[in-house]
Design a binder for this molecule. Structure first.
Ligand SMILES: CC[C@H](C(=O)O)C(=O)SCCNC(=O)CCNC(=O)[C@H](O)C(C)(C)COP(=O)(O)OP(=O)(O)OC[C@H]1O[C@@H](n2cnc3c(N)ncnc32)[C@H](O)[C@@H]1OP(=O)(O)O
Length: 326
């Protein structure tokens, strides 16, 4: 740089050069913001802003979901053993979840939150199948209602996951899509040797709608979560156990009821031997330590992304294709 320009700089009043710095900074900031906004389509900005500020009215969503009938969620609590069994009961549709069943599951979780003698919970499906996800008849009628349904399910499954009970999903038969998501809302997964599990959402033109991405990353880490969710792989019991998703495989050739009894034994003998107050305190401590990471922020973002695909062309094409995830 020539000495004369150096001379200029040296003679420039202090305020002038600070003003220049501030001006340059402001121009850079404005350019950066404009670049950022142009990257998002108006739709994405709107829906993200909406979901950030929009607090779902769960009571109103429940009223709407109850308009989609079918099946039931049945709960039995054994005050002697302290183990409850929650049954996803829609066997004619492979225990897929209707809107009504989503509301009933929320109500049963309410009951379990108040169960003083509770120690453990087994979540299972009726007649030897766990759950094949959302009831597709409900799904096709609720394509306008994805964000609300996801908000409702996130609320229920986060409370299920955080129950002061040690929970096990008994995976018999098929566990698909939303059904696989339900299984991640339990502390453990026990599977029959012939069972199959697959996070098939991406094959259905959507991302996870019931919170499984957040829970899988926390449970098994980013890599395994990415493998399951991007491949839509249908895993056998052996494969799921090898991946660490399933904690115990039941012995072969048991009847459906014998598998339930074996699951009760596994849960009772391993994790429900002590006083319910103590066990509930142990689980509450685990939940507190786990939720110190910001899972609510992660779930909110998961809902935002889900809402951008739900009802979109890829989901409509998948629904029209009547895909069977055998
Ligand atoms: C946010 C979650 C997300 C969403 O809600 O969109 C998802 O859950 S995505 C995943 C949605 N689930 C599916 O796509 C499953 C589709 N079904 C199948 O792949 C098969 O039915 C299977 C593998 C579950 C069972 O196959 P199998 O050969 O053993 O029996 P059938 O196919 O004959 O099924 C018997 C009977 O059940 C009905 N069915 C099965 N799954 C569903 C479902 N999810 N919703 C509604 N109905 C279901 C199937 O249609 C048969 O009924 P029928 O009247 O005899 O045709």
């Amino acid at each position: 740089m020539s000495s004369s320009s150096n001379q200029e700089n040296i003679n420039k009043p202090e305020g002038q050069s600070i003003l220049n710095v501030v001006l340059v900074f402001l121009i850079k900031m404005i350019t950066w913001i404009l670049k950022g906004v142009s990257r998002c389509t108006p739709h994405k900005v709107t829906s993200r802003l909406l979901s950030t500020f929009h607090q779902p009215d769960l009571k109103a969503i429940a009223k709407e979901l109850e308009n989609f009938p079918g099946g039931s969620i049945d709960l039995t609590k054994d005050n002697e053993t302290g183990i409850a069994v929650m049954v996803i009961n829609n066997p004619d549709k492979r225990n897929s979840l209707s809107g009504k069943m989503m509301v009933e599951m929320s109500e049963k979780v309410d009951q379990l939150e108040q169960w003083a003698q509770g120690k453990g919970l087994i979540l299972m499906g009726k007649d030897g199948s766990f759950c094949s996800g959302g009831d597709l008849a409900f799904v096709k009628k609720a394509l306008h209602y994805g964000a609300e349904m996801a908000a409702f399910q996130h609320h229920t499954l986060t409370r299920l996951h955080n129950l002061p009970l040690i929970s096990v999903a008994l995976l018999q038969g098929h566990t698909l899509g939303g059904g696989a998501e339900l299984s991640t809302a339990c502390d453990f997964r026990v599977m029959s040797t012939s069972g199959k599990i697959g996070f098939v959402q991406v094959k259905m033109g959507i991302t996870t709608g019931w919170g499984a991405t957040t829970r899988l990353v926390s449970l098994l880490g980013r890599k395994k979560a990415l493998q399951f969710l991007s491949s839509a792989k249908i895993m056998s019991a052996q494969e799921a156990h090898q991946e660490g998703l399933v904690d115990h495989i039941l012995q072969n050739s048991l009847s459906h009821n014998e598998e339930l009894e074996a699951c009760k034994q596994w849960l009772g003998l391993n994790y429900c031997n002590y006083d319910s107050n103590l066990l509930q305190a142990v689980k509450a401590l685990i939940v507190h330590c786990d939720s110190s990471k910001d899972t609510s922020k992660s779930l909110k973002y998961e809902r935002d992304v889900f809402a951008q695909f739900w009802g979109g062309p890829a989901q409509k094409a998948a629904l029209a294709a009547k895909i069977k995830h055998n």
